[in-house]
Design a protein around this ligand. Structure first.
Ligand code: TPW
Ligand code: MG
Length: 547
């Protein structure tokens, strides 16, 4: 006999989920038992709920499918709020499943353990960071409610919240069902495409900027084809770094205003028709633009609508837009491109006795990927993320806009669990202090990521913004020494030669996580971080003075 847990698990699977991450607790124990005994979806447990959220988020981003995080009520779910907020901000289809008190205990007159204020406080908190919610307290409605919520998750590419009272776990329930996707209005779409192509055709220097939605909605190949047909040079946003890595697109590089490669900055800021597909208009993407982009001439497809000039075409799905453009595209006569089409990333690390800087790590990685093949990267926030701008374009998951620390290590675990290949994890020492322990879970599942800790004994990004601050020095924790007891191997490297050798050995060693602790002198930053911080400071100054 089918029960509500089976219906939920089947529905998740039918909507594309391939695994779940979680930490049990008494309010969700029954569902964990159902999940494991049914074998419908594999379940990976980690150590701390933020990591559960990050791992599920990363798997969803990387594989373009639902991510699932299962936690207990209160202490578990509320521990995951920051991770879910990150998924909300960066448009990741994450399904949060939380256990909850059953109907009888809700009425027994006691305060219940894990209760914050009211029994519904948790729902209220998650309503703010999810696009749809349901409490599965009615088995008759459950199949349709689950289908609605999972449909919302995919349509909006944002988290949803499912609360499962523990007395409902095994009640009989009908089979999983599904809801139709919303449709685009064909007449509005036709009008939109006509105007959009006319604007591109009239332009002197159109440019295509791609953002995260093209991955979320799985249209990277189509967008690359569109760029080729329209002869549009392509740039990614900062958040979109890693997009088009596996496509044949005329890619110029990643736009980061005054901090990014000059040719890309020029192309974007001089464009008189910037077509932005799925790009978040965030400060990390655009805050360091010296010449502000003229949004009146830009065309923006985001959040299911298209904006150009002073008007909006509502209800236009980005995939429908790209399909229609592909159908109608005629060759536009874009100006000859001034920049080389294939951006050049630094290679050929000098394996000498010099100290290591962030750009040496980029070089070492580029050399290794040239020799052994590309790896997908999970990066934390910190100078390691700015360093990815010097690393060959390869699949990347990182919190480039929401910028939460602690993402990198659990995200890498999520990549590998999600059926991906062995990932490369880039993380600062400060962020590693937050979630580095999660590596101890690799031994149970056979995961063997390669982790490079940028150990500058410092919150260096903060030092960059506040050079005189007294609180940005961190101690030397000797992370590499912790690797063996946690089931991995560690390498503490001080010189470029040691860095190269450790990376070679790490790549050759399978079956255990490989932790390379790269010692970087305090104050040594990547050129991109230095330019980013200078840019932010300089561009914010006049505004501050005007206050
Ligand atoms: C959850 C604020 C942004 S960057 C940073 C802090 C504290 C320093 C990072 O140090 P780390 O990297 O990891 O050693 P590096 O290269 O700068 O030395 N809490 C959270 N997220 C953020 N973003 C902060 C605080 C922050
Ligand atoms: Mg640091």
């Amino acid at each position: 006999m089918m029960n509500l847990s089976h219906t939920l698990l089947d529905s998740l699977k039918q909507h594309g989920a391939c695994e779940m991450f979680g930490i049990p607790g008494d309010f969700v124990l029954g569902f964990f038992q159902q999940a494991v005994s049914s074998g419908i979806l594999p379940l990976y447990t980690l150590s701390h709920e933020p990591a559960v959220g990050f791992a599920a988020d990363a798997s969803a981003r990387y594989r373009t499918r639902l991510g699932v995080a299962v936690v207990t009520y209160g202490a578990g779910a509320l521990n995951m709020v920051n991770a879910v907020a990150a998924s909300y901000a960066e448009k990741v289809p994450l399904v949060v499943i939380s256990g909850a008190p059953g109907a009888g205990e809700r009425r027994n007159g006691y305060l219940l353990h894990h209760q914050a204020r009211t029994l519904d406080s948790q729902m209220a908190i998650f309503r703010e960071i999810s696009c749809d919610q349901v409490v599965l307290d009615d088995a008759a409605r459950a199949p349709a409610d689950i289908a609605r919520v999972l449909r919302s998750c995919l349509t909006h590419s944002r988290p949803v919240y499912i609360e499962l009272p523990r007395d409902m776990v095994a009640v009989p329930c009908g089979p999983a069902t599904s809801c139709a996707a919303p449709s685009t209005d064909p007449a509005a779409l036709a009008a939109c495409v006509t105007e959009l192509l006319a604007r591109l055709q009239a332009a002197r220097a159109p440019v295509l900027m791609v953002g995260i939605e093209i991955r979320r909605f799985c249209i990277e190949e189509k967008v690359a084809k569109l760029a080729r047909m329209l002869k549009l040079p392509v740039v990614t946003t900062f958040m979109g770094r890693g997009l088009q890595a596996d496509c044949d697109a005329p890619l110029l590089g990643t736009y980061l205003g005054v901090a990014g490669p000059a040719a890309v900055t020029r192309a974007v800021e001089d464009s008189d028709a910037l077509l932005m597909l799925g790009a978040l208009i965030s400060d990390t993407n655009f805050g360091v633009s010296e010449k502000t982009i003229d949004m009146r001439r830009a065309i923006l497809a985001l959040d299911g609508e298209v904006t150009m000039g002073y008007h909006v075409y509502p209800r236009i799905g980005i995939e429908d837009l790209v399909d229609a453009l592909l159908e109608r595209a005629v060759r536009l006569h874009a100006a000859p491109l001034t920049a080389p089409l294939a951006p050049l990333y630094p290679r050929g690390l000098e394996a000498d006795e010099a100290q290591i800087g962030p750009s040496d790590i980029a070089r070492a990685i580029n050399d290794a990927m040239a020799a052994h093949g590309r790896m997908a990267i999970a990066s934390d926030i910190g100078d390691c993320l700015f360093t990815t701008l010097d690393i060959d374009n390869t699949a990347l998951v990182a919190p480039g806009y929401y910028a939460t620390m602690g993402y990198g290590v659990p995200a890498g675990l999520g990549l590998q669990a999600g059926g991906g290949e062995r990932p490369l994890i880039l993380v600062g020492d400060g962020a590693f202090q937050m979630t580095g322990w999660e590596l101890g879970n690799c031994q149970r599942y056979g995961w063997d990521p390669i982790v490079i800790v940028f150990n500058n004994c410092s919150w260096e990004m903060l030092r960059a913004f506040a050079p005189d601050a007294q609180f940005t020095d961190l101690s030397d924790w000797h992370f590499a020494d912790m690797a063996v007891p946690m089931g991995g191997q560690g390498y503490r490297v001080q010189t470029r030669r040691e860095l190269r050798d450790a990376l070679e050995t790490a790549i050759a060693t399978r079956g255990k996580f490989q932790l390379i602790e790269a010692m970087i002198p305090r104050g040594v930053q990547s050129t991109t971080l230095a330019r980013f911080v200078n840019g932010v400071r300089r561009l914010q100054q006049p505004k501050e003075a005007a206050k």
